[in-house]
Write a protein that binds this ligand. Structure first.
Ligand code: HEM
Length: 458
C-alpha cells in the first residue's frame, strides 16, 4: 500500500497566503476574520519568526530543534500556557490541568493519566464501537441520498463517547445534551477573543465578554457537580469519576472541585478535537476516490460480514489510521499552541526573556517545506508503516509533544480509527457540489458552516 508515483496529488483547500509578511497591526486585524489567513508563503520556510507587538514580544517557532527545547529539554522554562489562554479558559476549567502549571499541573496530570491511559482502552473500546454503531443505525434509518451535516454528526458521536467515558452510565441523555450545549455556549462566548489574547493582542482589540463567559461556565460547572455527586454512591456506573475522586482524596484540599475541574478538562479536550478531525477526514476521503477505495477494502476485509470492530482491530486498520493521521497533519484541530517564558533563554540565536510568548503552530510546522514532501497535498501513504518519508520528530504535533503532550492521544487515535472503519464499512459520503469547503479557525480548526455531505449506503 506504499505510495506510488501514480498516486494523484490532491491539494485540499487552505486560506490564501499573502505574498509578504503583513505588518503586525494589519495582521492583528486580519486575525479576527481568520486566524490562519495571516501566514505568508515564506512563513512555511522560516524557522523562527519574531513578532513585535505593542505590549510584548512573540516568537513563532518552526524549527524542530527549538520546538524540542521548548516542549521537552527546557520545558520547565516554558510550562505555563500563555496568561491570555489561562484567562480565557480558567472560568470554565478552574485549576484543571489543561491550564495549570508547576506543582498543581504535575499532581493533576498524575491523577488523570491512569484513567485514560492505553491500558484502560479495553474498558473503553467496546463503548466507542457501540456509539459508532448507534450512529450507523441512525444513518441507516435515513432516506437514500439524504444530506447530513457531517460536522455535527461527528460532534454528537464524540460527545457521546467522551460523556460515557467520563460519566459512565451515570449520566442521562438529557444531562449529556445539556452539558454539550453548555460547552458550545461557553465556546461561542470566548471564541476568537481567546485567540487574540493568546497571541498577546492589545486589550482594545478584545471584546470584553468575561461576564457572559463566567455565566456560561457556571452553568456547566453546576451541571457537572450534580452529576458527579452521584459518583461516590454509584462507583460501578461512574468508574472514571469514582477513580478520580479516590485519587483526589487526601491529596487535594477540595477533592470534589478538583475532580469536577478535571472531568470538565477531559470533556472539553476530548470531544471537539476528535469531532473536527473526523469531519475533515470524511471531506478529504471524498476528494480521493483511490483513498476511499483502499479504506473500504480494508474495512471490508477486517470487519468481515459486517461484524462490529474490536480493540484488536485497531492494529489491523493501518490504512484507516494513516488517513486519519494525514488529516491531523493537514488540519490539526489545535492549530496553535502557546507558552509563556518563565525566564531567559536562547532559541536559534534569538534572545528570550521572561514574559515572552512562544507560539508553536502545528498549522505551519506540519506544512513546512523543509520537513514535508508536497506539504499541502493529501497523501495518507506517508503515514503507512514502512513509509519512505516518516514524519520528522517534532514536526508532527497534532497532539503537541514533550512533557505536556495530549493525555488522550492514544484514546483519540483508537476512537477515530474504530469510528471511521465502522462507518466506512457501511457508508460512502459524497460532497454536496454547491457547498464550498472553507476553514474556520477559532479555538479549534473546523470546516466553516458545517460539512453537508450526501449519504450513500455501500
Ligand atoms: C484527535 C483528537 C485530539 C487532539 C488533536 C488533541 C490535541 C491536544 C493538544 C494539541 C493538546 C496540548 C495543548 C497545549 O499544549 O496547549 C492536548 C492536551 C490534552 N488533551 Fe488532547 N487531543 C485530542 C483528543 C483528546 C482526548 C480524546 C482526550 C481525553 C480523553 C484528551 C485529553 C487531553 C488532556 C487532558 C490534555 C492536557 C494535557 C496537559 O496539559 O498536560 N485529548 N490535546
Amino acid at each position: 500500500m506504499l505510495d506510488t508515483p501514480t498516486s494523484p496529488s490532491v491539494i485540499p483547500p487552505y486560506p490564501a497566503r499573502p505574498k509578504k509578511a503583513l505588518n503586525p497591526l494589519v495582521a492583528l486585524l486580519k486575525l479576527r476574520q481568520n486566524l490562519l489567513g495571516i501566514w505568508h508563503e515564506r512563513a512555511f520556510e522560516q524557522f523562527m519568526i519574531p513578532v513585535k507587538l505593542p505590549n510584548r514580544r512573540v516568537y513563532v517557532v518552526n524549527g524542530v530543534d527549538a520546538i524540542k527545547r521548548v516542549f521537552l529539554d527546557n520545558h520547565d522554562n516554558y510550562d505555563p500556557k500563555s496568561p491570555q489562554m489561562r484567562k480565557a479558559l480558567t472560568p470554565l476549567l478552574g485549576d484543571g490541568l489543561f491550564v495549570s502549571d508547576g506543582d498543581v499541573w504535575r499532581r493533576r496530570r498524575a491523577m488523570v493519566a491512569p484513567a485514560i491511559a492505553a491500558a484502560q482502552l479495553p474498558n473503553y473500546a467496546p463503548m466507542m464501537v457501540a456509539c459508532a454503531e448507534e450512529t450507523a443505525t441512525n444513518w441507516r434509518a435515513l432516506p437514500a441520498g439524504a444530506t447530513i451535516d457531517v460536522l455535527s454528526e461527528m460532534a454528537v458521536l464524540t460527545a457521546r463517547i467522551i460523556g460515557r467515558t467520563v460519566f459512565g452510565d451515570g449520566i442521562s441523555e438529557a444531562e449529556a445534551t445539556r452539558v454539550v450545549r453548555g460547552f458550545s455556549d461557553y465556546q461561542a462566548v470566548i471564541e476568537q477573543m481567546d485567540i487574540l489574547s493568546m497571541l498577546g493582542a492589545p486589550g482594545w482589540l478584545q471584546r470584553d465578554r468575561n461576564g457572559k463567559a463566567d455565566a456560561a461556565a457556571g452553568e456547566v460547572q453546576a451541571m457537572v457537580d450534580t452529576i458527579l455527586a452521584r459518583a461516590g454512591a454509584d462507583k460501578d456506573a461512574m468508574r472514571l469519576a469514582a477513580s478520580l475522586l479516590n485519587a483526589a482524596e487526601g491529596q487535594e484540599d477540595n477533592p470534589a472541585a478538583a475532580v469536577r475541574n478535571e472531568a470538565i478538562v477531559l470533556f472539553m479536550a476530548g470531544h471537539e478535537t476528535t469531532a473536527n478531525a473526523l469531519a475533515w477526514t470524511w471531506a478529504l476521503i471524498a476528494m480521493r476516490p483511490d483513498v476511499e477505495a483502499k479504506l473500504h477494502a480494508e474495512a471490508d476485509a477486517v470487519l468481515e460480514n459486517g461484524r462490529s470492530a474490536t480493540l484488536e482491530d485497531f492494529q489491523r486498520l493501518p490504512y484507516a489510521r494513516a488517513v486519519f493521521e494525514e488529516t491531523l497533519r493537514l488540519y490539526p484541530p489545535v492549530p496553535l499552541l502557546s507558552r509563556e517564558a518563565r525566564g531567559d533563554d536562547i532559541l536559534r540565536g534569538f534572545p528570550v526573556s521572561k514574559g515572552d510568548i512562544i507560539v508553536i503552530a502545528p498549522w505551519l510546522v506540519q506544512r513546512h517545506k523543509a520537513y514535508w514532501k508536497e506539504p499541502d497535498a493529501f497523501r495518507p501513504e506517508r503515514f503507512l508503516p514502512g513509509s519512505a518519508e516518516p514524519p520528522p520528530k517534532f514536526a508532527y504535533l497534532p497532539f503537541s509533544a514533550g512533557a505536556r503532550v495530549c493525555l488522550g492521544a492514544r484514546f483519540g487515535l483508537v476512537e477515530a480509527v474504530l469510528c471511521l472503519a465502522t462507518l466506512a464499512r457501511d457508508f460512502r459520503l459524497k460532497p454536496v457540489p454547491e457547498h464550498k469547503l472553507e476553514i474556520e479557525c477559532r479555538l479549534t480548526l473546523r470546516p466553516k458552516c458545517g460539512l453537508p455531505m450526501t449519504l450513500e449506503r455501500r
